[in-house]
Unconditional design. Sequence first.
Length: 336
Amino acid sequence: MLHDLSDDPQAIDRAAQTAQMALGQYQDFSGADVTLLNVSENATFLVQLPSQPERFVMRVHRGEYHTEIEIKSELLWSKELRRSEGIRTPNTIRNRHGSEVTAVTTDSYNSFRYCVLFEFLPGHEAVSTDLVAEFEVLGELTAKMHRHARTWNRPAWFSRFDWNLDASFGDEARWGRWQDGIGVGAAELGILGSLEGLLGKRLMSYGNDSSKYGLIHADLRLANLLWTSSSDVSVIDFDDCGNSWYFYDLGSALSFIEDDPLAHEYIDSWLTGYRSVMPVDPTDENELWTFILFRRLLLLAWIGSHQSAEIARDLGPNFTAVTCDLAEMYLSAHTK
């Protein structure tokens, strides 16, 4: 499935028009200003009502990535985490028909788009020079979410996709093929092919029983936390939440900084926060770098299938080169 949203002006204009059309299905949003916040899998806009201080966030979904039921499932889990675990997540605003999900038919896309309107949460992304301390908070939040997922009795209609080996690296990989990453040539194919093979073997041996595999955020990194203080943190962007290995959330936490000289300190801090809520089994701890490299290979695929995105252009072939360096260290450590 290829990306159908990008950060070029025409694509942003189409998404903004869709957001405005969606707002027409809500009460009292006439004349609201819509300003782009970011583009990734979806386009997210700040919604400002005229002459009023209250703000909102509109998410315009990409086409054919989620069904309406999958979006409603995401929103339900977010709501349950607020209720059961006290984790601050954004409330949704229902449209005049009482639905949290608004479908918009638009000629710009020759199809319809799903849109969701959220409250605007206060806070900022992590900007501290002490990322080690912030990773401890992230680990604690992750453990609370895992605790909830392990015991929550989901409704029968609940549906989210999986981040397993087939969905990540199979013939119809969700983010595309890592082989199509920027700068992947013959040498890179060899190194990364060996990495994929070893990751698969280790994950098959690790297993996917309910103590190891369940509902996770799947993009739980510092960029998806909003901080007002160390004790007042919100979790946002559940768009990729789904079923996977619980410790894939650690791989997500290290996204794009796996080669940071302080990576091992971030991991130790994350584990300290996690253990303040739930224990970590030694078999889980043995595979932490398996999940970090699993995520890194997925990011390489994402960059290859999202080459129009600014972050993909910025990372470029250097991301592939560093991925190969990390792969060689992993292969050396785990191959006898």
